[in-house]
Design a protein around this ligand. Structure first.
Ligand code: C5P
Length: 275
């Protein structure tokens, strides 16, 4: 995180990575014109859902009367957990409806529409491993992380509103930590350098306000670090993740955390869009 901008947002410098954990978006023909939306989580079935906002934005952008579409979203990514689940749903809706409605919008057009809907959506359209800058609209692909395992676990009862977490950032935290060692590790594909990055413990600017506000999370992180695990905060939290090339380590961490009662997801890193 580099600093606060005049428009209230922040200038990012962030490495983002897609993983195998995913929701499923199904688009089917419907008899009536326009579109309707179903979500497997009733609380998310409303017209503010980013999928609906993406459908509306496409309709407005293309100015056409669309053939009927029934859009169903089956959730697997926990909501409001700092995992960009809603943004990935919106990215899928933009790509899927562009095909379904035969709009023929170019990838840069989808990026522009996505960026207006949410800061993480351009990255979700790209996928893979990328350096994300600006408000989130500048996405530079990096070499794919070599088949890493990711253990996600969610400390319960900690609501981390993204806007509040960003709002609690202090000036002295901007530019910390420097991402240079991480960028070098990803670019060189050096697994040991990557391990070193996570072992240092200080990996995400948003961790400073989140750990300040949630002492229990700081304690949990310290306890796991003392047993040789290197958890890091995902986005604005509260999800923590452990990234490793070793399946044995990922599996034993996932088993131990499940025994402790945390919701745990054992995933792999995925590669992004092919040019
Ligand atoms: O763009 P999006 O709606 O996903 O952002 C959610 C919130 O995250 C914004 O309201 C803002 O408070 C914060 N944010 C930010 N700077 C960014 C991205 C998000 O301050 N680059």
């Amino acid at each position: 995180m580099l600093g606060r901008r005049g428009d209230g947002y922040h200038d990012l410098q962030s490495i983002m990575q897609t993983i195998t954990l995913h929701d499923t978006l199904v688009i089917e023909p419907a008899p009536e014109r326009g579109w309707r939306f179903f979500c497997s989580e009733p609380a998310l079935q409303n017209h503010d859902n980013l999928v609906c906002r993406a459908a509306r934005a496409l309709q407005e952008y293309s100015g056409q009367d669309m053939p009927g579409a029934a859009i169903s979203l089956y959730k697997a990514i926990p909501a409001e957990a700092g995992l960009a689940g809603g943004s990935s749903d919106a990215a899928a809706a933009l790509k899927g409806l562009n095909l379904f409605w035969d709009l023929n919008l170019s990838f840069p057009e989808l990026l522009k529409i996505g960026a207006a809907l949410g800061s993480d959506i351009p990255f979700c359209l790209h996928g893979g491993t990328a350096l994300v800058e600006g408000r989130g609209e500048k996405v530079t692909a990096l070499p794919s992380l070599p088949g890493c395992w990711v253990v996600l676990f969610i400390p319960p009862g900690l609501g981390c509103s993204t806007a509040e977490v960003y709002g609690a950032l202090k000036k002295e935290w901007f530019g910390r930590p420097s991402l240079d060692p991480l960028i070098e590790a990803v670019q060189s594909g050096d697994g040991d350098m990557l391990d070193c990055w996570f072992e240092r413990g200080d990996t995400n600017t948003l961790e400073y306000p989140v750990l300040n506000a949630h002492w229990s999370l700081e304690q949990l992180k310290a306890r796991l670090r003392s047993s040789s695990l290197a958890p890091a905060l995902s986005g604005s939290g509260p999800t923590l993740f452990i990234l490793t090339k070793e399946y044995g380590l990922a599996r034993s961490a996932a088993t131990a955390l499940t025994r402790e009662g945390y919701p745990v997801y054992l995933c792999r890193t995925t590669s992004g869009r092919k040019e």
